[in-house]
Each structure stands twice: as structure tokens, then as C-alpha cells.
Design a protein around this ligand. Structure first.
Ligand SMILES: C[S@@+](CC[C@H](N)C(=O)[O-])C[C@H]1O[C@@H](n2cnc3c(N)ncnc32)[C@H](O)[C@@H]1O
Length: 387
């Protein structure tokens, strides 16, 4: 009897329209089940192997460095063997011109670089991701750790990798972008559905995706954690596959993805103009953002799920709108509108302009709905400016 080939398990999340899939499991088991030469770009943030019961400083307090069982070191040889195994599995699924980015601290990144050389990847760059305001070094016996390294490599020596050089130069105010990137750690709005101990900022992933892939590309993250790569892919119209071991982090990812999907759905189906959050990446490369980019409408809308902050971290939607506008623009209309997202359909089941949440709830009930029909409510504040 011939053995039937092992198939991928049912994904825990599958958006067939936008091709975003998330699987639970060990990436060493799942990667061999993905088709060979099928992926355009990989971002991997593997275990750091730094959970050694040491201490660090967080928000002014002394805390353990331990991230979880998945991060415990098994010794240098075993750690290196693990890195070689998953990197080899990633190389198999990359297309011939595909490339991979791997982030890590000193505990892991040298082994990753060596494994890449052993496997015949073509090293392209090593990026220093600089974190402004890093936590102080409590022992006072080392320099304060302020960077992580991200190695960028193509599948092999023959690969003709994608690099959107002009776009990166444009992001860097017309100068060639350097390999030192100063990007803030994840902001409060990125952690509102729960924290991941090594969560990467959306801005970092957006820069990586914009630099090295095109719209529609398939992006893979074999250690997807809280789903930052999938979220960036969704926002930038890439497709994505994520693999993750932990239930807890999969749950955070699901909330981040569904929240973004609902926002996108509203921006396309309900409003007549595109909202900031889908087409405008977070990465502004430290430039002062005074003028609005060409081609954008002279209007802006901020969405807020109840009790949540703006997607770009601003406390007030209007503050965001005004920071984009030049002083000669005239504010001609403002509107406060509430969108009720159905518990079953996960789409907008009712929307109304209202002066407050109570007023909106009253209208919702008058329309024949009970409050429990809504999974959540989004408050949208729109300002329209005459150019
Ligand atoms: C460094 S974190 C990734 C964080 C992620 N970049 C983010 O922004 O949230 C590594 C993740 O890999 C997961 N992990 C560890 N070993 C794994 C394995 N063998 N297969 C799949 N996931 C694994 C851990 O649960 C953890 O969430």
C-alpha cells in the first residue's frame, strides 16, 4: 500500500480573499509540507536562546529576561543544528529569486549567519536595527544593548533578488538608505490585543516588505509570534503564511488580523475614500511629515474601536488629520460616525452619525437590533478639508 503524502493541517486562520493563512505547529514539521519554490520572501524571528534566568530592566523595574520555554538555550551545538534545519527548510520553499530576512540578538545571529553560509545563501546586508531609548544595563559591566541585527540573504548565489531601491531612497528623503535603521519598538496600539515578549514593530516589517517584495508577493513567517509579519503583509497587499507553536500568541494574532480586516472592509465598502490605514505604511523613516504625499485626497478619517487608540498611535484622530494638513487648507466638514460590527458576519451591520456612543447605541436599538448583535463598535471621526 502506498502512503498518502502528509498534508498541511487545517489553518487556524484563513482569509481566502486576501490569501492570509496561519497554521499552528512546529515549523520544522510544517515547512516540509509547503510547496517547493513557492515563496517570494521570508521574515524569520527565531528563538533568541537567551532565556537563561538573567535579569534585565523593563519600565524602570528589574525583571527576568526569560521569554518562555521556546526560548531556552539547548547549548551552542544544538542551537546551531536547529538554525541549520529550519533555514534549510526555508531555502527549499523560497523561489529562485526569493530572499530571507532573519532578526536576532548576539545570542543567535552569529549562528544564523554561519548556517546561511554553510547552506549557500547569498548574504546581501546585515541591518542594524537601532532602538532609541533602550533599557539601561543594570550590571554596569557592559554597554547598553541598543541594537538587533537583521540579516538579509538571497536563496543562493544565482538569485536575482528584489530590491525596491528607488522607494527606499524616496523614504530616506532622496538619499540612499543606509543599513542602520532607527525604528521605535512597538507602540501601545500594536500591543492592545496582548503582549508578545519579543514583538517586532509593524514599521520594521513594513520597511522590509516594501524594500524587498512587490504587491501580491507571498511572504512566509515560520515563527510568527503575535503576527506582525502577517499584519504588515495585509496592510501592504502582500499574501502571507504564518507558522506558530503557541496558542496564546495565535490568539493575539487572530485579534490583530480580524481588527485590521474589519477596518479594511469598512474603508472599502462604507466610505467613499480610502482610509489612512491600508495604503499608508507606518514607516516614515524619521522624516518630518508636514505635507501630504501626492495623490492622496484632502480628507482624513480616524477609526477607533471602543476604548482603543489610533492605528498610528495618535491619541486623537483629529490630531492626526491636522498634522497632515498645510495651514491654507480649510476645514469644511467633520463627522462622528459609529459602525456596528456583527457578531456573526464580522461586517458592518449598522452605521449612523451620532454625537456620542450612547446616542449611537440608542439608534442601533431603534433599528431593531439588540446590543448583543454587535461584536464591537468602531468610532470614526472624519474631517474634510478644502484645498
Ligand atoms: C522571537 S518570537 C517572534 C515574534 C514575532 N516576530 C512578533 O512580532 O510577534 C519567536 C516565536 O516563535 C515561536 N516558536 C518557537 N519555536 C517554534 C517552532 N519550532 N515552530 C514554530 N514556532 C516556534 C515562539 O512561540 C515565539 O512566538
Amino acid at each position: 500500500m502506498t502512503k498518502s503524502p502528509i498534508k498541511l493541517p487545517t489553518p487556524v486562520f484563513n482569509d481566502e480573499k486576501r490569501h492570509i493563512r496561519l497554521y499552528q505547529g512546529d515549523s520544522l514539521d510544517l515547512l516540509p509540507l509547503l510547496p517547493e519554490s513557492s515563496v517570494d520572501l521570508i521574515f524569520a524571528d527565531p528563538p533568541y536562546f537567551l532565556s537563561n534566568n538573567g535579569i534585565t530592566c523593563h519600565a524602570g523595574k528589574m525583571v527576568s529576561v526569560n521569554k518562555g520555554d521556546w526560548d531556552i538555550s539547548r547549548g551552542p551545538e544544538a542551537n546551531h543544528e536547529f538554525n541549520r534545519s529550519w533555514l534549510a527548510a526555508c531555502q527549499r520553499v523560497l523561489k529562485s529569486n526569493g530572499s530571507i530576512w532573519v532578526s536576532g540578538t548576539a545570542h543567535v545571529i552569529h549562528s544564523v549567519g554561519f548556517a546561511m553560509q554553510q547552506l549557500g545563501f547569498k548574504l546581501l546586508n546585515d541591518i542594524s536595527w537601532v532602538k532609541p531609548n533602550p533599557p539601561p544595563n543594570l550590571s554596569c559591566r557592559y554597554f547598553t544593548h541598543a541594537t538587533e541585527t537583521i540579516i538579509w540573504a538571497a536563496r543562493d548565489k544565482k538569485s536575482r533578488h528584489t530590491f525596491n531601491y528607488k522607494l527606499m531612497k524616496e523614504f530616506n528623503r532622496g538619499k540612499q538608505m543606509k543599513s542602520v535603521w532607527e525604528i521605535k519598538p512597538p507602540e501601545a496600539w500594536e500591543k492592545r490585543f496582548g503582549k508578545h515578549p519579543t514583538q517586532k514593530p509593524v514599521a520594521l516589517l513594513e520597511r522590509i516588505l516594501l524594500a524587498s517584495s512587490h504587491e501580491g508577493a507571498l511572504v512566509l513567517d515560520p515563527f510568527s509570534g503575535s503576527g506582525t509579519t502577517l499584519l504588515a503583509a495585509l496592510r501592504l497587499r502582500r499574501t502571507a503564511v504564518g507558522l506558530e507553536l503557541s496558542h496564546e500568541f495565535l490568539a493575539v494574532t487572530l485579534q490583530r488580523l480580524t481588527d485590521t480586516l474589519v477596518r479594511i472592509q469598512i474603508s472599502f465598502s462604507t466610505l467613499h475614500f480610502s482610509l489612512d490605514l491600508f495604503s499608508d505604511p507606518v514607516d516614515r523613516s524619521d522624516r518630518t511629515w508636514n505635507g501630504r504625499p501626492s495623490g492622496r485626497p484632502a480628507c482624513s478619517s480616524g477609526l477607533q474601536a471602543r476604548g482603543l487608540s489610533q492605528p498610528n498611535g495618535d491619541a486623537s484622530p483629529n490630531a492626526n488629520a491636522h498634522s497632515y494638513m498645510s495651514p491654507d487648507l480649510k476645514l469644511v466638514q467633520t463627522e462622528l460616525r459609529f459602525y456596528f460590527i456583527g457578531r456573526q458576519s464580522l461586517s458592518v451591520i449598522f452605521s449612523a452619525p451620532a454625537s456620542s456612543l450612547e446616542d449611537a447605541l440608542h439608534q442601533f436599538r431603534l433599528s431593531g437590533h439588540s446590543q448583543s448583535d454587535a461584536l464591537f463598535i468602531i468610532k470614526s471621526e472624519t474631517s474634510i478639508f478644502l484645498a
